[in-house]
Design a protein around this ligand. Structure first.
Ligand SMILES: [Zn+2]
Length: 175
């Protein structure tokens, strides 16, 4: 079985200015590339809530264009994201895919033969850690993003300064 790292995108890989969707706002966070290149023995996935689509702030097309830009930039550094899972729904839709629901992780498990117990979730919000914990992943809070209130609500397994720090912790704690 394969091991995976599930990454939130906004505030973890890229700068989060809130409902980010415009290519001109695209900016990788410091040490994001440096961290991801260390994770070459893991399947990498993006799992992101994009309720801005459901709320009508931007369109599917904007999301795809922006995300493509992110993936292309990572590819330049030989970083491969296997798949981007995104929830376009409004929270009120009560869909099956919005984090902290675990639908996307279950899908990845089947599609890519992932052992969730040997996998990791990196995020900046409570919903990331709840999702990961519910399927037995180890969870890491990167402090580059928002959601600092997550500290008091759901405890991740580790608080990382940035993705590089997170990647080093993963390698050290992968038993
Ligand atoms: Zn959804």
């Amino acid at each position: 079985m394969n091991k995976a790292v599930f990454l939130d995108r906004d505030g973890v890989i890229t700068e989060d200015i809130g409902y980010v969707n415009k290519i001109e706002d695209f900016k990788l966070l410091p040490n994001a590339v440096e961290g991801l290149v260390l994770l070459k023995n893991y399947r990498l996935f993006i799992v992101t809530n994009q309720s801005g689509i459901g709320r009508g702030y931007y369109k599917f097309e904007d999301f795809f264009n922006y995300n493509k830009r992110v993936l292309e930039e990572l590819k330049k550094h030989n970083i491969k994201i296997e798949k981007t899972y995104f929830c376009p729904h409004n929270p009120e839709d009560n869909c099956e895919c919005r984090k902290p629901k675990t639908r996307f992780l279950e899908d990845a498990k089947k599609e890519f033969n992932i052992s969730l117990k040997k996998s990791f979730v990196i995020g900046d919000r409570k919903s990331d850690f709840e999702m990961g914990r519910n399927v037995g992943c180890k969870t890491i809070h990167v402090l580059t993003g928002n959601g600092s209130n997550a500290k008091n609500e759901v405890h991740p397994d580790y608080f990382a300064r940035d993705l590089l720090d997170a990647a080093k912790w993963i390698i050290k704690n992968d038993k």
